[in-house]
Design a protein around this ligand. Structure first.
Ligand code: GDP
Ligand code: MG
Length: 201
């Protein structure tokens, strides 16, 4: 099997996904495309574990702050601060409350282009503008505007790693090495075998 098939990404059904009874529907989407589930567990995260998760990349605070300021501008609104780090401090506090409010289901999915494929199926961060057909586009209706007015994190059902580097860090943050299962899936032959020579009797 080619090394492409070994890419891994971290997915988490967030507390709202669990409470809305969407665990099965969300897993189905990643499973149906051909990805392989190699680890999963349900946990109630501590706020500290969530803070560490979002700040695994030391640049996350700055990048997210800048992205949020740009999103305000795009809506023709003034951001509450022009300091990206001040903006992110509020976002992070809200995320810590949201993500530790109940159980989440953490998973590792493996397969060709796993990171990009999962992001595509998951959809853009803000449900209001996520594509129709994506998980966030189909199953939830939240917006930055509404969540900002209410002073809470945007409820977007799922977390998915944004890059291969982020995935590597996040998988280590949520799983011990011995919780990741190496196994063969019958489907993989159809997805990755070069000659398809095992079908005919
Ligand atoms: P994701 O990878 O699609 O979840 O998005 P990011 O990694 O960029 O952001 C992580 C989380 O930060 C999101 O799930 C949101 O809760 C929050 N966030 C990101 N950008 C914005 C924004 O522009 N406004 C607000 N209110 N929250 C944001
Ligand atoms: Mg992200």
């Amino acid at each position: 099997m080619s090394d492409f098939a070994k890419e891994r990404t971290l997915v988490m059904v967030k507390p709202d996904g669990v409470q809305r009874s969407l665990i099965g529907e969300i897993i189905k989407r990643y499973e149906s495309i051909g990805l392989k589930l190699v680890a999963t567990k349900m946990v109630v995260p501590t706020p500290e574990h969530i803070e560490a998760h979002y700040t695994l990349d030391p640049e996350w605070r700055r990048i997210t702050g800048e992205k949020t300021i740009a999103a305000y501008k795009k809506r023709g609104k003034e951001a509450p601060s022009d300091d990206p780090l001040e903006i992110t401090a509020v976002i992070l506090k809200n995320l810590m409350t949201y993500m530790s409010s109940g159980p989440v289901v953490a998973m590792v999915w493996q397969g060709a282009h796993a990171v990009e494929i999962v992001r595509k199926i998951t959809g853009g961060t803000e449900p209001l503008t996520s594509d129709v057909g994506s998980i966030r586009g189909d199953y939830v209706l939240d917006s930055y505007q509404m969540s900002d007015v209410d002073g809470r994190a945007v409820r977007n059902l799922v977390h998915a790693s944004g890059s291969v580097e982020e995935a590597d860090m996040e998988i280590k943050h949520w799983f011990d090495t011995n919780e990741l299962v190496d196994y063969r899936l019958i489907n993989e032959a159809m997805l990755y075998d070069v000659n398809l020579d095992g079908i005919k009797e």
